[in-house]
Design a protein around this ligand. Structure first.
Ligand SMILES: Nc1ncnc2c1ncn2[C@@H]1O[C@H](COP(=O)(O)OP(=O)(O)OP(=O)(O)O)[C@@H](O)[C@H]1O
Length: 263
């Protein structure tokens, strides 16, 4: 069996703020088609780690190799251009534009064209936007103003926008924040299906353990900036240190789901 190529390799990543070691010598790899969750209690260092991968924050030390390129010091847009799609905790769409136009803007931006709703570039992007919207189950909403969308639909639109630059890697910072439990599972199921079909690697942070344990192939656990566990959901669930941290937070994965009852 062939092994999927490594998309992202992080080696000894560290960042401090004054005396606070937000991220301490974190190392891990992510392969094509793999769904990797980054979890940890509040203040564990997840966002700091994410922002360094995004190019929004500069590490004190360590290496980040993304699709074969060293990305430390590169700006977010340069990293996006390498083939990294992103979704954010707070959705960033244009509310007065239609759903389709929002995806068109992303497509045209990826092609480095000037956005013009009626030009030939827009005509091309129009068809491609429709394809992406169908992929995330939003085809029927294409002509609606984005501002009218329910929150869950907005998140699916955001996924279509993130897919517009044909990413090899998707970075999702709390993709299901603010969603109802059922919507969370559906969004991650959709993301996982698309990622596996298109061999896109996904790294996501998440507080909802049901989402994490149902959808992640592998889980990284941060605590006080350090990686304290890494492995399959089964391995992480059985890890004493992880259980101690999450029991302390009242967030331990519910035993009801162990036999797959929560799927
Ligand atoms: N800009 C900053 N200045 C000072 N301290 C910071 C800054 N950003 C993060 N920190 C500190 O670094 C540590 C890690 O924070 P970070 O936001 O990365 O954690 P997190 O795991 O994302 O937490 P949460 O789940 O609450 O979002 C915390 O102690 C936080 O207070």
């Amino acid at each position: 069996m062939s092994v999927a190529p490594t998309l992202l390799s992080v080696d000894g990543l560290s960042k401090s703020y004054g005396g606070v070691h937000a991220v301490r010598s974190v190392s891990f790899e992510l392969r094509a088609g793999e769904i990797l969750a980054l979890i940890g209690p509040n203040g564990a260092g997840k966002s700091t780690c994410f922002d360094m991968l995004n190019g929004q924050n500069m590490p004190d030390s360590g290496r980040i190799t993304l699709l074969g390129e060293d990305t430390v010091g590169r700006k977010p847009r340069a990293i996006w251009r390498l083939g990294v799609g992103r979704t954010f905790q707070i959705t960033a769409t244009f509310p007065t534009m239609t759903v389709r136009e929002n995806v068109q803007v992303a497509l045209v931006s990826y092609g480095r064209q000037l956005f013009n709703l009626w030009g030939s570039t827009a005509a091309y992007a129009r068809g491609e936007a429709g394809r992406l919207l169908d992929l995330v189950g939003m085809g029927a909403y294409a002509e609606r103003p984005c501002g009218e969308l329910a929150y869950g639909d907005l998140k699916r639109l955001e996924l279509a926008i993130a897919l517009a630059n044909q990413p090899r890697l998707l970075l999702m910072d709390e993709p299901t924040a603010g969603m109802a439990p059922r919507e969370r599972i559906e969004l991650m199921r959709l993301t996982a299906r698309i990622a596996r079909e298109q061999s896109i690697g996904v790294l996501f942070t998440e507080h909802d353990m049901d989402v994490v344990f149902e959808h992640a192939d592998r889980i990284l656990v941060l605590n006080r900036g350090s990686l304290i566990a890494e492995g399959s959901p089964e391995e992480v669930r059985g890890n004493r240190e992880v259980r101690a941290i999450y029991l302390g937070e009242g967030l331990v994965y519910d035993a009801r789901h162990r036999e797959g009852a929560g799927a």
